[in-house]
Design a protein around this ligand. Structure first.
Ligand SMILES: Nc1ncnc2c1ncn2[C@@H]1O[C@H](COP(=O)(O)OP(=O)(O)OP(=O)(O)O)[C@@H](O)[C@H]1O
Ligand SMILES: [Mg+2]
Length: 377
């Protein structure tokens, strides 16, 4: 899908802006704090993807304004024009496709892959970054998965509340059974989906790594579902019965801790290079190569399972990569519309470049910015 026109009203630091990006590579240049990430955030939100997971809805509304609007004109890969409109106010949150209320991820809406410096923690960091991939990034694959995650999250919260109430003597053990069932059923659904997608990504990640680092290397990218909080059984099936059994086993500990210890909220991913755990053995560069390969695999996979090619959002990440990894990423970006932010001169020759400045966009180095630069004084 191609974003033809983006219009922002009271979104983050932008009071109003109209921008017509290029269908290929777009580089957004600007000093720190000049609005690069804000602009990319608006693009990502069209796909329901949050660049700053900590942000609440109201943080997106420009300070001093009551509501925001993001309007986008998009062109499908097979032709066909769509209008997506996102409206946020204290009263309502609306996502419209061609004037009809729907949700990001529905047919006809864009998909996106985002790559930010946080993602560089994917291999070397704690499980949070890997869970962000399992939750946020995989949510781009299907709306059904988004719904499943939401329902699982609700069941988990209810079960945790009940565990705390039991600990304080306000609820009895008998009340737990329906929530065990709900967590196990929904959890098994979440895990089945994750397994399917990671299994599809895995050979692509391995092939990408061989291209980047040489044929001799074997990268394994595997799903590591949490079955047993005490020592996750990698490769276990994660069926509903197994989850249920694991929940019962963990119950005494869970009552003491006051939260659920078993389920997809404790899932992880494994990265092994030539048979060794990358987190403990691999060099910084090898770890980064693996991350680049995961993002590229996701980009390719989404292009196949969604009706349209995803938008690619690279926030501040190119400068973190060395020449060969940059090259590989930019090669994979070809054929996609990409949005790349940078504080320094653009590393890409054939790109449309704009500069963020004073709440708007300016031409760089001197050409006219397509659209209406829209800057406020
Ligand atoms: N809701 C909001 N209303 C007004 N301003 C906001 C809002 N949210 C964020 N900002 C401001 O927008 C400015 C630009 O932020 P942004 O993250 O886009 O900068 P950036 O160009 O990506 O900088 P860096 O290079 O440091 O990443 C920040 O100074 C921030 O305070
Ligand atoms: Mg930024």
């Amino acid at each position: 899908m191609i974003l033809r026109r983006l219009r922002l009203a009271d979104f983050r630091s932008y009071s109003h802006l109209t921008w017509e990006p290029s269908p290929g590579m777009n580089v957004i240049l600007g000093a720190n704090g000049s609005g690069k990430t804000n602009l990319l955030e608006a693009v990502a939100l069209l796909a329901g993807l949050r660049l700053r997971p900590a942000a609440r809805d109201r943080d997106l509304v420009r300070e001093g304004a009551g509501s925001l609007r993001v309007d986008a004109a998009l062109a499908g890969d097979e032709g066909g024009e769509h209008e997506v409109s996102l409206q946020l106010s204290p009263q309502a949150r609306r996502y419209l496709l061609d004037g009809r209320a729907t949700r990001a991820g529905a047919e006809g809406t864009p998909a996106a892959v985002a790559f930010t410096p946080d993602d560089l923690e994917l291999v070397k960091g704690g499980p949070e970054a890997r869970r962000r991939l399992l939750e946020r990034d995989l949510a781009q694959v299907s709306l059904a998965y988004r719904d499943l995650l939401r329902r699982y999250g609700r069941a988990l919260a209810q079960r945790n509340a009940l565990l705390r109430a039991m600990g304080e003597g306000r609820a009895g053990e008998g009340e737990l059974a329906p929530w065990d069932e709900a967590v196990a059923t929904l959890g098994a659904g979440v895990q089945a989906f994750r397994r399917r997608v990671v299994d599809a990504l895995s050979p692509r990640v391995a092939a990408g790594y061989r291209r980047l680092a040489g044929e001799g290397h074997r990268l394994e990218f595997a799903y590591r579902p949490c079955i047993d909080a005490a020592g996750a059984a990698e490769g276990a099936a994660g069926t509903e019965e197994e989850l249920l059994r694991a929940l019962r086993t963990a119950r005494t500990l869970e009552r003491a801790r006051g939260h659920t210890l078993v389920g997809p909220h404790r899932d992880d991913l494994a990265f092994r290079l030539d048979g060794r755990e990358m987190r403990a053995f691999a060099s910084q560069g090898e770890q980064r190569s693996a991350v680049v390969c995961v993002k590229i695999a996701l980009l390719e996979y989404l292009g196949e399972v969604r009706a349209d090619r995803p938008l690619l959002v690279l926030d501040d990440v190119l400068s973190e990569l060395d020449a060969s990894r940059q090259e590989r990423l930019l090669e994979a970006a070809k054929g996609h519309q990409a949005f790349v932010s940078s504080t320094a001169a653009p590393p890409v020759a054939e790109a449309a470049v704009v500069r963020t400045e004073r709440g708007g966009l300016r031409a760089w180095p001197g050409d006219e910015v397509p659209g209406d630069a829209g800057a406020s004084p």
